[in-house]
Write a protein of this length. Structure first.
Length: 143
């Protein structure tokens, strides 16, 4: 067993790349950040560089977007989620295209968590305000 200096978890030797004190997941995360920093903060995925990701192109086509449209939106948002402002390098996949379910109009790019949260409240601003008020009340005191 070996302890990762990145996450302090104890893993088997197999989970550590050769001559590394970081486990595979920590080393991959570090490399994603370094890769993005070398390219001005933009992470380029393998499938994006060759344009041969049919599922992604199909999903963009559903919203009337091309890969170039997505890249323009991504640059306009400085490579971060429009809600939580988390950079794409922190996520394991592309930012999701957010759209209004009533009109179909594209609003922006969100991380998976923010997109799921927005979907869970059915784009209802009143429900979001009620949730915010609930959170601001704070948790009841424990005995």
């Amino acid at each position: 067993m070996k302890v990762c200096i990145g996450c302090d978890r104890s893993e088997s030797e197999v989970e550590f790349p050769r001559h590394s004190s970081l486990c595979r997941s920590c080393r991959n995360a570090k490399r994603r950040v370094e890769y993005a920093a070398a390219r001005g903060g933009v992470v380029r995925f393998r499938s994006e560089s060759n344009g041969k990701d049919p599922e992604r192109r199909y999903r963009l086509k559903q919203y009337g977007l091309t890969l170039a449209d997505y890249d323009r939106m991504f640059q306009a948002q400085n490579g971060v989620c429009a809600v939580c402002r988390g950079p794409q390098v922190e996520f394991r996949r592309f930012l999701d295209v957010d759209h209004c379910h009533a009109t179909g109009r594209v609003r922006g790019l969100l991380c998976g968590t923010c997109n799921a949260a927005l979907g869970a409240v059915n784009d209802d601003p009143e429900l979001l305000e009620a949730l915010a008020a609930y959170i601001q009340q704070g948790a009841p005191a424990r005995r």
